[in-house]
Design a protein around this ligand. Structure first.
Ligand SMILES: Nc1ncnc2c1ncn2[C@@H]1O[C@H](COP(=O)(O)OP(=O)(O)O)[C@@H](O)[C@H]1O
Ligand SMILES: [Mg+2]
Length: 310
């Protein structure tokens, strides 16, 4: 465990992805065209992405002591992820997310995420050694703010690279979290939580990024819906448009994005190159149903060719 590149702190759940032509109205039924049952949850998806990109990845999240939890851990191990930090909570059922996806790429999530599957500050304290040993700690902010902040601060105090994905549900902790972060990545909705409004175009995305850089991180990536992603750092900025890949399901693209950004930065790539790599990883994830990434070298190379110059 002492040698992890990336420890992801976040949600672990079973993902059930059901593809239908159209979501039926009440009292109607619809045949499922495709079904995928996967290791999921944003934390697990980020760890899978990091492992696929060659990083030594670990996971700190919570599963129940049910059969589903056992199965999720086995899947994560098979993906090469160190699951030693994962908490198995007694008497708790593991999380389940149903991704109901229609033929036009519109998703609806049904989430059964019992509160006991969220991380607590005590869970984070119990994983202190792992948090201090990983080169980078990627905190997925759909966790209680006190636990997320404890994880970020523990890593930061030891000089680890702290990467945040998302925005805290409780804005009161946003300043403390940003102050403890090296990198922040947020989708448009999360950006609105942090700066007051979702960016409508590249200029607004870059402006939001500049505001966020002043609050602590040395690299910020912000989504501009339907257009691309704005990257801002203290002495530079870049807007990268989306690749032209048709979207089957955008689920998990942000998770692949933030994992790729982290891995590229750990490799010492210049910021522009790391940004392109992140967008390529997102583009390689939108073409299939479900949030599980499939980041083969071929898929990434293909995507890098498709991203227009920034
Ligand atoms: N065709 C595409 N090429 C590159 N990036 C894309 C494409 N479509 C969507 N994205 C990016 O994927 C990300 C989706 O983020 P997010 O909503 O956080 O996903 P999730 O939380 O489900 O992982 C955004 O940054 C968006 O710009
Ligand atoms: Mg996201």
């Amino acid at each position: 465990m002492a040698d992890l590149d990336v420890l992801v702190v976040g949600q672990v759940a079973r993902d059930l992805v059901l593809l239908v032509d159209d979501v039926p109205e009440a009292g109607r039924s619809a045949p499922v065209r495709r079904r995928r049952e996967l290791l999921g949850g944003k934390g697990a998806n980020q760890a899978v992405a990091a492992a696929q990109l060659g990083a030594r990845a670990g996971l700190l999240g919570v599963v129940g002591d049910d059969e589903v939890g056992e199965h999720l851990l086995a899947q994560a191990r098979a993906d090469g992820i160190d699951v030693a930090p994962v908490v198995r909570r007694r008497g708790v059922r593991s999380g389940l997310i149903v991704d109901l996806l229609d033929a036009r790429g519109r998703w609806r999530y049904l989430e059964d995420l019992p509160p006991a599957t969220l991380l607590t500050p005590a869970d984070v304290a119990g994983a202190g050694a792992a948090l201090r040993a990983a080169r980078a700690v990627l905190v997925q902010l759909q966790q209680p703010a006190d636990a997320a902040l404890a994880a970020a601060r523990t890593a930061r105090e030891t000089g680890r690279t702290v990467v945040l994905d998302g925005a805290p549900p409780d804005p009161a902790t946003a300043d403390a979290l940003l102050a403890a972060a090296d990198v922040l990545r947020a989708d448009a909705r999360e950006t609105a939580l942090l700066v007051g409004e979702a960016p409508g175009d590249a200029t607004a995305g870059l402006a939001a990024g500049r505001k966020l850089v002043r609050r602590g991180p040395t690299l910020v990536a912000v989504e501009v819906p339907g257009e691309g992603n704005a990257f801002v750092w203290p002495d530079g900025q870049l807007f990268l448009p989306l690749s032209d890949t048709p979207t089957v399901d955008s689920t998990g693209a942000g998770d692949a994005f933030v994992a790729a950004l982290t891995v590229a930065l750990l490799r010492g790539e210049p910021t522009e190159g790391a940004a392109r790599y992140a967008v390529a990883a997102a583009g390689a994830t939108v073409g299939h149903p479900g949030g599980r990434p499939a980041l083969s070298p071929g898929a990434l190379a293909d995507q890098l060719d498709r991203i227009p110059a920034g």
